[in-house]
Write a protein that binds this ligand. Structure first.
Ligand code: SF4
Length: 562
């Protein structure tokens, strides 16, 4: 019977009707979205295989599985389907491990919804789902010896809301990357005794001013001093079973140094194209996928040259090898910076030809736009524009505008995030963000409107998170204007693209999901418009700020192109 049972947070398993951006839905507070709409939009989890195993699991969980399999056999390690938890956890199960991203609902998207909907408690669907899962796991291991350990990028949330560790009856939480020492970790968790060369009890956290420090805590485990701070790529085993959405990774870390980003603190490491294609083959051959979704936090930094000049040879070799894997029809990277298409349109054109991008095959990529303000961009993310420089190569808005134009020209669709509530932010900074969104929303390339989405995120102060009450956290007038401009554009995109994205699905599903998205986009925009009006936002001004009339935007576009 399985010694080690691996599980995933259910919100990382739903298919979200295969519609982009619906993955954000679990972040909605329970008081904002009726449960039947949530139940419809989240879609389904793939049916179990082999008597109760998950067919697709989050990539991070697949890595832990692969690491355990370097020492144990597949009877010892089960990645269990949520419907088979009680049958997977037996008397002789030693460890149950759960992977999560946003267990307590403190992630940036979830926080942004709490503030918008003035939630009085932590009641997002993501947390509701997590607590149901924890209750199910604890019921299944009652009276048995199995220890419970939590891992994944969401572990930091338990460092903030520390009382939930006991409330959820958790034995240990692991913070960091653990692809190379999982067998040792699981054995020592089972024994309740740790080799302090390999592991240390404690975690890294931040104070109110976001200064990092290490804290000792017997419930938390991190990498010890006797092993490298981060696993080396050659010590990271390849996945052996399919990952959700056919995701694999190209690299870890980033190094650009934005002051709000934790990824930048991780050592920059690259996978070889051979390692990447080996993992893609697992997804294609065992998972039945025809796409390869390539994770990184900044794909254009893959083997980058000095000053973050993109390495054209390495990038073209990488995507050529990916597209030559038998069965791969489409690929796209998860994240990239906007300064690269701005400065290197030919590179984007070349990659698009390799990736066979077209009107019917858009390359979706997430881009942190963060702000429309030069001042904030220079303060918080001075290197994000590299190798371009704000002031020398144009304003941040001009760099962004050129980047979107070049992306769209080659059928790349950026999914932007913008932030409000950054330190030293002024109303004028937010007005610049509104202006940028409006300018992009009213621009065209090659006779087509600009294609992009934009999601506003709220920087919640740590003190407020710790107090667990967000009802008094006010979005200021200028922040609400950013929300309004973003959701106004999203409604426009939903009306334009909702049916097109569902092309190829069964007609009833296409109609139902397409209509829900279109209607949802409109309702959300109107809802935010209502809040904004009530708070004194000049809606007419927010609609046109930065673009004025049609002639103004044409003039701005010409200026930005010059
Ligand atoms: S470019 Fe992106 S991943 Fe890199 S440090 Fe900045 S925000 Fe983080």
């Amino acid at each position: 019977m399985a010694k080690f049972v691996l599980l995933s947070d259910n919100t990382l398993l739903y298919d979200y009707r295969d519609f982009p951006l619906l993955d954000f839905v679990p972040g909605a507070p329970g008081n904002a979205m009726p449960s039947f709409i949530y139940a419809f939009l989240k879609g389904r989890i793939a049916k179990p295989i082999d008597g109760g195993r998950l067919k697709y699991a989050p990539y991070g969980l697949r890595k832990i599985e692969a690491s355990l399999l370097t020492k144990y056999n597949s009877n010892d390690v089960v990645v269990a389907h949520p419907d088979h938890i009680s049958s997977a956890i037996k008397d002789d199960t030693e460890v149950v491990a759960i992977h999560t991203m946003d267990p307590l609902g403190l992630g940036p998207t979830t926080m942004s919804y709490y503030v918008l909907f003035k939630s009085h408690s932590l009641n997002a669907y993501v947390k509701q789902e997590w607590e149901k899962l924890i209750a199910k796991v604890n019921a299944a291991r009652k009276g048995k010896k199995a220890k419970l350990i939590i891992g994944g990028p969401g572990v930091w949330e338990y460092t903030i809301l520390r009382d939930y560790v006991e409330k959820h009856n958790i034995d240990y939480l692991f913070q960091g990357e653990m692809d190379d020492y999982s067998p040792e970790l699981f054995e020592q968790v089972a024994a309740g005794k740790f080799d302090d060369n390999l592991f240390r009890n404690g975690y890294i956290t931040y104070d109110e001013s976001f200064v990092r420090f290490a804290k000792t805590d017997q419930k938390f485990i991190s990498r010890g001093k006797g092993i490298p701070t981060f696993p080396k790529p050659e010590s990271i085993p390849n996945i052996v079973a399919p990952s959700t959405k056919s995701i694999t990774e190209a690299m870890r870390g980033c190094g650009i140094g934005c002051d709000f980003c934790e990824v930048t603190l991780r050592e920059l490491r690259y996978y070889s194209p051979e390692k990447i294609t080996q993992e893609i083959k697992v997804n294609i051959e065992q998972g039945g996928f025809d796409n390869a979704w390539l994770h990184s936090d900044e794909i254009f930094a893959y083997k980058h040259l000095q000053n973050y000049v993109p390495n054209e040879e390495a990038l073209t070799e990488l995507f050529t090898k990916i597209m030559s894997v038998r069965g791969v029809k489409r690929t796209n990277p998860t994240h990239g910076r906007i300064s690269i298409p701005s400065a290197y349109p030919e590179l984007i054109g070349k990659l698009s030809r390799i990736m066979r991008a077209s009107r019917d095959n858009w390359i979706g990529v997430q881009v942190g736009l963060e702000t429309g303000s030069d001042a904030l961009a220079k303060k918080h993310m001075p290197a994000k524009t590299l190798p371009l420089k704000i002031g020398v190569d144009g304003s941040w808005q001009e760099i962004v505008w050129n980047g979107v134009r070049n992306f769209n020209r080659h059928y790349w669709r950026p999914a932007f995030t913008v932030q409000v509530g950054q330190s030293s932010e002024t109303n004028e900074d937010n007005a610049e963000t509104v202006a940028l969104i409006n300018r992009l929303s009213n621009s065209r390339v090659d006779g087509r409107p600009f294609e992009f989405t934009v999601t506003p995120l709220y920087n919640m102060p740590l003190g407020r998170i710790k107090s667990k009450d967000f009802s008094n956290q006010e979005l200021t007038k200028s922040m609400l204007a950013v929300y309004y401009a973003s959701y106004r554009h999203l409604a426009k995109m939903a009306a334009r693209d909702a049916y097109r994205v569902m092309e190829g699905k069964n007609p009833l599903l296409k109609y139902t999901v397409g209509s829900t998205i279109r209607f949802g986009g409109y309702v959300m925009m109107k809802f935010i418009e209502g809040i904004a009006r009530k708070n004194g936002v000049d809606i007419e001004k927010a609609k046109t700020y930065g673009v004025g009339n049609h002639r103004d935007i044409e003039a701005w576009n010409v200026a930005a192109r010059a």
